[in-house]
Design a binder for this molecule. Structure first.
Ligand code: HSE
Length: 402
């Protein structure tokens, strides 16, 4: 029998406890032995909840119990999760987590510690909620170099953008709805300013490029500026607006950013709506591959945590190699990476002034007047700024094209 513990009885932790209870027989068969939820750690009490039978308030009870084989953490924040992870791994207890803050900041160190102790540190649920993407990257796609990653990595903002587009709802109303559904972060700024997706692309890029990509180095723009006119233009262009996390390699440099993008209908990311996430990887041998599924929510995220628990039980005493060096990877300046841009200028801008942007494709949107909008060829941010200045027009907005 494999005894396991869950740290945190919030949205995800209670989902893990639910799956380990309701699907116990199924999960145990998959693991090859019985998985028993022995403890749930939380500071709070839950009178009347079945969790009471296994609830403890002290981590030492768990880590000092010689029966415990796997600890799953869903508390959030770096501390005390990091201290708990270290204590567990030092004792050879495998540790899995849905906590992207912990993984982004301490992933390399915890993987190394797991290796020293013939244990595992897994974090499938930290990116893309329930979508299996980390394990495929580590264990299936071992033949390829990943030169490009593009993902819809935040369920809350994708849910919001979809509702704003399809139902014309306001930013505030859809945010409230996403919060009620348990998708949003404790502080929803992390969702709408792109920080949550920033952590996730930092984790994916660290795995893809085998070195620490720091969240602080990722260029991040959120969705707070996106308005109904942008959606009208996107419709006219046959495109969708998506908050993407992206990492690219070009001329020996690596770039990582989060920003709203116009996505064409021929891109599989176009159809990824609502709380769904998708991660599209380009392997140098395989070409494109895309992983799609629910990116947030209790059961979906807990499903990924439980898959890690099962893997830890299966791999007891054997460390699964994950290449992620603690040395930071120096990222290139995103402003120097060429993109095509969708641009909105104030007023009617004549052809001579538009020539500053090179060859452009103009676009008109239903119900939007008093501005000039177009799509440029590939240019850097600096080239775009220079063109705006040369045209003498005032830029209302620019959105990159994927
Ligand atoms: N707030 C996150 C999201 C939760 O909306 O994607 C899952 O990481």
């Amino acid at each position: 029998m494999a005894a396991v513990a869950v740290l945190g009885y919030g949205t995800v932790g209670s989902g893990v406890a639910k799956i380990l209870t309701e699907n116990k027989t199924h999960v145990s068969r998959r693991a090859g032995e019985e998985i028993d939820l022995k403890y749930v750690l939380d500071l709070r009490d839950f009178p009347g909840d079945p969790v009471e039978k296994v609830l403890v308030h002290d981590f030492d009870t768990i880590v000092n119990d010689p029966e415990i084989r796997v600890i799953a953490e869903a508390m959030g924040r770096i501390e005390p999760a990091f201290t708990f992870a270290k204590k567990a791994l030092e004792k050879g207890i495998s540790f899995c987590t849905s906590n992207k803050e912990l993984v982004e900041a301490k992933g390399a160190e915890l993987i190394a510690l797991a290796k020293e102790n013939q244990a595992n540190f897994f974090f499938e649920a930290s990116v893309g909620g329930g979508i299996p993407v980390i394990r495929p990257m580590i264990q299936s796609l071992t033949a390829d170099h990943f030169n490009e990653i593009s993902g819809i990595l935040n369920g809350t903002t994708n849910y919001m953008l979809t509702k704003m587009d399809k139902e014309g709802l306001s930013f505030e109303d859809v945010l409230k709805d996403a919060q009620e559904k348990g998708y949003a972060e404790r502080d929803p700024e992390a969702d709408v300013e792109g920080h949550d997706a920033g952590r996730k692309i930092a984790i994916l890029a660290s795995l893809a490029y085998e070195k620490q990509v720091n969240f602080q180095d990722v260029s991040m723009e959120g969705i707070t500026d996106i308005d109904s006119a942008d959606f009208a233009y996107a419709k006219a262009l046959g495109m969708a607006i998506k908050l993407l996390g992206a990492a690219r390699k070009k001329d020996g440099s690596t770039y990582a950013l989060v920003a709203p993008f116009m996505v064409g209908a021929d891109d599989p990311l176009y159809a990824v709506s609502g709380v769904f996430n998708a991660v599209k990887l380009h392997g140098d041998m395989l070409g494109n591959v895309m992983f799609y599924g629910k990116g947030a929510g209790k059961e979906a995220t807990a499903s990924a945590v439980v898959s890690d628990i099962v893997e830890c039980v299966r791999e007891q005493g054997r460390h699964v190699e994950i290449l992620w060096d603690a040395d930071s990877l120096e990222l290139g300046n995103v402003a120097e990476y060429p993109f095509r841009y969708f641009v909105r200028l104030s007023g009617t801008v004549d052809g001579a002034a538009l020539a500053a942007f090179g060859t452009v494709e103009t676009v008109k949107a239903e119900g939007v007047n008093g501005e000039t909008a177009f799509v440029t060829g590939e240019m850097t941010e600096a080239e775009l700024s220079a063109a705006v200045e040369k045209s003498g027009a005032a830029m209302i907005k620019r959105i990159r094209l994927n």
